[in-house]
Design a protein. Structure first.
Length: 353
């Protein structure tokens, strides 16, 4: 459900895939079978992460790394469920920096429930230096916690949410709960865009509005995407947006619609590695839009997307190409793989006037 927009296009057996073979789950599984990732893909991922770190440090960026998830970590458990924990790879997904405050968001996936524990040394260091640190309420995450309306196709971007749930016989069932990945949130200085596609996103939006309403302008956007907003719209510099398509623009705040914009170019098919039928592709063909701004003129872009590099350079951007081969397999690009905690400058007002 959470990755519906991505997985339904490339892995659903009933539809022609955009690029890769349809996903074939392990035979004889019980619905909870583990999916093995080829070791060569893991090795190449680690090589590419090392290259990303080296590039960032060459640009005078201080890089801090999460703790490793050791191989001996067992299934994690709560009173309501158990799940296999995953490493802290897409670190932006579960934390957002709001001024001088670290905010941990309630995850959308059970396997990521304790992921921020691997970032605790970094958060503690900032806290000891004077940062504020908040944790949004943690969900119980029973089966009935989830609103399936987006995946079920009910509702639209132009109307209020109409949640749809599933039966839940858990003794811990409390109905729809607050859940939202931080990657559903984009901050433009004092203005914060929050993508609301489900009932649990709406609850998280209300928490953000109450907690930060006196410090930031919180804008709700309905159903810009099902999961993460940063492969739909992304600021490049003040006054210039990178957008997935013209269709999303009229759903942005009026002041943001006045910004100049460029649209993500269709990637060449040979820009992605080929995968086998048992490789689960998690992200869409828009993943290379998930770039990282170093400053108002400099961006890190996947070296394989030559069309995007040329487009950005034509708009005066300095592009730093970096290799990241398996971004579709591991569920994130450079924006997902990083969370910028300290930047030069103050809290700017980009959208007034």
């Amino acid at each position: 459900m959470f990755l519906h927009e991505n997985i339904s296009g490339d892995n659903d057996l009933s539809r022609k895939p955009w690029l890769y073979p349809p996903f074939s789950p392990p035979a004889g599984g019980d619905g909870r079978s583990r999916i093995t990732i080829a070791q060569r893909h893991v090795d190449e991922l680690n090589e590419d992460i090392a290259g990303l770190v080296e590039t960032l440090e060459s640009l005078s960026v201080t890089v801090r790394r999460p703790l490793d998830l050791g191989p001996a970590v067992p299934e994690v458990r709560t009173p309501a469920w158990s799940a296999t924990m995953i490493p802290a790879l897409n670190v932006r997904d579960n934390v957002i920096i709001m001024g001088d405050e670290i905010v941990e968001t309630p995850p959308m996936m059970r396997s990521r429930y304790f992921e921020n524990q691997l970032l605790k040394p970094v958060f503690m260091d900032y806290f000891n230096q004077g940062a504020r640190w908040s944790v949004m309420p943690r969900p119980l995450m029973t089966d009935g916690s989830f609103d399936f309306s987006y995946a079920d196709g009910s509702g639209s971007a132009d109307e209020e949410l109409r949640p749809t749930g599933r039966p839940d016989d858990s003794p811990y069932h409390v109905g729809f709960e607050m859940m939202m990945d931080a990657a559903q949130i984009l901050r433009f200085g004092k203005d914060v865009l929050v993508n609301v596609s489900t009932a649990h996103h709406q609850l998280a939006y209300e928490w953000l509005a109450r907690h930060f309403g006196d410090r930031f302008r919180i804008h709700r956007i309905y159903r810009l995407s099902d999961d993460h907003i940063d492969s739909t719209v992304l600021p490049l510099r003040p006054g210039l947006l990178l957008a997935r398509s013209p269709e999303i623009i009229d759903r942005l705040p009026a002041a943001l619609q006045k910004w100049d914009r460029i649209y993500y170019p269709e990637p060449a098919a040979d820009g992605f590695p080929p995968y086998d039928d048992n490789d689960l592709v998690l992200t869409s063909k828009f993943i290379d839009m998930n770039l990282l701004s170093i400053d108002a003129e400099t961006v890190l872009v996947n070296s394989a997307h030559l069309e995007l590099i040329a487009l950005l350079e034509s708009r005066g951007m300095t592009v730093v190409p970096v290799q990241h081969r398996h971004r579709r397999l591991f569920g994130g690009g450079f924006h997902c793989f990083t969370v910028d905690t300290v930047r030069e400058g103050g809290l700017e007002d980009y959208l007034s006037g």
